[in-house]
Design a protein around this ligand. Sequence first.
Ligand code: ADP
Length: 479
Amino acid sequence: MKLQNPELLQQANYWDGLWRQSNSGETIEVKNPANNALVGKVPRMSRAEVASAIQAAERALISWRQETAQKRGQILCAWADLLLQHQDDLAEILTTEQGKPLAEAKGEVRYAASYLQWFGEEAPRNYGDTIPAAKPGQKILVQKQPIGVCGAITPWNFPIAMLARKVAAALAAGCTMVAKPAELTPFSALALALLGERAGVPAGVFNVVTGDSAAIGDEFTENPIIKKISFTGSTRVGKLLQQKSATNLTKLSLELGGNAPLIVFDDADLTLAVEGIMAAKFRNAGQTCVCINRLLVQQSVYDEVMQKLKTAVESLIVGDGHDEGVTIGPLINQSAVEKFQRHYDDAIEHGAELLCGDGKADGNFVKPVLMANGKPNMIFAHEETFAPLLIAIPFATEEEAIRIANDTPYGLAAYFYSKDISRVMRVTDALECGMVGVNETAISNATAPFGGIKWSGYGREGSKYGMDEYLQVKYVLLG
Ligand code: ADP
């Protein structure tokens, strides 16, 4: 890796303001998904060491929560600036550990910085209420206080952005945090911590630990110091955390798997729709929780949409994310490749028509696939594929499209394209999900509440709703 600032690649953990190795000396190897080369090693911390990090966050909470919101906000904005200044190095680290093309990696770094900036600006606007009292001579005040020490568990698909949007909201609210990044992609989280230290985040306010994920998850749910856990990852682990958090009634935010439909109605701008489909399906090689998993196209425009999509999919370039012009990097690992192949084989077996791709793999690289004649009973329609596999299902009526779109236990994002305003209102109301993109698929940004319903979890990130997740309401009656 060629970094202008090599110290951004930290092979250590960070808590209480110090960079540390594990007492046991044990480490976890991190591999580049493009070529399986060793990127570096991070410590495998014991549960006792993780508990020490949590205690450090508890000590730091005392003064951090009393700091002025303006000061907390200034530190977050300075942190955002540092991310932007170091975006080339951060993108290099991200592409090397995660695989995504460099241009996307830089986009992710800027997106991460936007959360630090937005919550930095929002910190001083943490208003409470006064409520007219029920009896004469009394006053009712409502104040919002930081919930306390928080745990964060983040995934490998957006390793720096998913953590930035948690830590930004938590620190703006006056909480402190211990974060556990995904073991496949810890280096961007550690670089984020280094830049936080430089931006003036006090010791103990933001801490990053790596190690056995189940052991750290257990420490987060069983340690009574942790008052809230924000998790982004699979529905399976989200459900496990909910069960385990019963011990301390730890508050949770869960941003889990999705199964997003995108519906193209016959009155849509088809060129715009195809651009939106391409961006939302193939970003990060199809490894995003708001990726289109089911494409529904109205029969009267079906052939035209499939033809345009075929041309667009054929223009994608597969390769190492460092190489110029590459638009599809490797999948994260072999189990991701196997899932892609299972969905591919099942669709072919059940009569889907192959238009692009071949379902073969070269290491973690696969060619983007486009298929027509998908059916709602195929595996891809029920399980998140998390790979560059796009299968279109034709439909006849609006009612049929809505029925298919909602026929899933998941409810994260949904998208549709239509120019008919009555239809836009009807379909928006009918879709069962936390986020709807109408004539647009780039829905995620710091100013809007990101999150799902049903098996996609609960809680929101970004916007004032994201800040509320880290605050508790205290009502005061003045007699
Ligand atoms: P994915 O399938 O996208 O890898 P996971 O839910 O397995 O999703 O991973 C998301 C995050 O959850 C990662 O940081 C991972 O290490 C962590 N994780 C996995 N298993 C557990 C667990 N039992 N307890 C807590 N965290 C876990």
